[in-house]
Design a protein around this ligand. Structure first.
Ligand code: SAH
Length: 257
């Protein structure tokens, strides 16, 4: 591999959730540019590479996107094999699409490698099935954070009947709750808030739409966390004994199964 940029998803944190293809790209990399949501443990697969941290956490010191673009371009033009390693999947709220287009416009070969996105991993690690026959026939991934302040169609999200997985929502819990209530979502809709999904320090807070903001506050929920909102978010709690604020999941009838 040479003169190529791999845009690689490192998954949610657990190094065993890396794909074999991600490991191959890392092994062959000369330069690895790593985001700060990536678990540094995955760097064991690239002992030869020069590693450059280019984290961009909201509200923290960050590397400007234009600088990251130029750095990738510079190394690729030097004939180096560049791996741009991102948390989760590069194309789920990860700017993978933008970076690929920018590089291809400059005649740089790009290959995208999937990673397991945090929303899917977090739910699975908490025994939540995001789709469940007879309960949720779809799943919608959204971000609570936008750069241009564009609005989501909250009414459609509230009434769409799919499980909602919300990224970057920790600082906006009150707003999310209010928008979903205004959009017509039931007060007792189960909510799971999952912090550091797939890491040894993973924590989960089960609640419902009414109580989610208060419960997250008492729990001291911190970023990175995802919110899973919908009937399926009560599923594991059902087996373990429910906290008072969680309404039991109506089990699908055998006809639906
Ligand atoms: N490309 C990433 C998402 C980047 S956006 C992916 O596919 O997962 C950053 C947001 O992702 C965080 O604010 C948080 O909502 C979520 N996130 C990333 N890693 C996480 C983790 N280990 N646990 C919970 N949420 C996580």
């Amino acid at each position: 591999m040479s003169a190529k940029v791999w845009l690689v998803g490192a998954g949610p944190g657990d190094p065993e959730l890396l794909t074999l293809k991600a490991v191959r790209a890392l092994r062959e990399a000369d330069v690895v540019m790593i985001d700060d949501l990536v678990n540094p443990a995955v760097l064991e697969h690239c002992p030869r590479a020069r590693v450059i941290a280019v984290g961009k956490r909201g509200g923290c010191r960050s590397t400007p996107q234009a600088f990251i673009h130029r750095l990738m371009l510079r190394y690729a033009r030097q004939g180096k094999c560049v791996v741009r390693l991102k948390g989760g999947d590069p194309c789920i709220f990860g700017r993978g699409g933008e970076e690929a287009q920018w590089l291809r416009e400059r005649q740089i070969e790009v290959e995208l490698v999937n990673g397991i996105t945090a929303g899917l991993a977090g739910a699975t690690q908490c025994d939540i099935s995001l789709t469940l026959r007879g309960v949720a026939r779809g799943v919608t991934l959204v971000t609570a954070h936008t750069q241009d302040d564009s609005e989501l169609n909250w009414r459609a999200l509230s009434q769409g009947g799919t499980t909602l997985v919300i990224y970057m929502g920790v600082a906006k819990l009150g707003e999310i709750r209010q928008q979903l209530l205004d959009g017509g979502m039931a007060l007792d809709t189960p909510v799971a808030m999952i912090e550091n999904a797939s890491m040894p320090c993973q924590r989960e807070c089960r609640s419902n739409l009414t109580a989610m903001q208060e419960d997250a506050y008492s729990f001291q929920l911190k970023s990175p966390a995802i919110l899973v909102i919908g009937a399926v978010a009560a599923s594991a709690a059902l087996q373990q004994g429910l906290p008072a604020s969680v309404t039991p999941l109506p089990l699908p009838s055998s006809a639906a199964l």
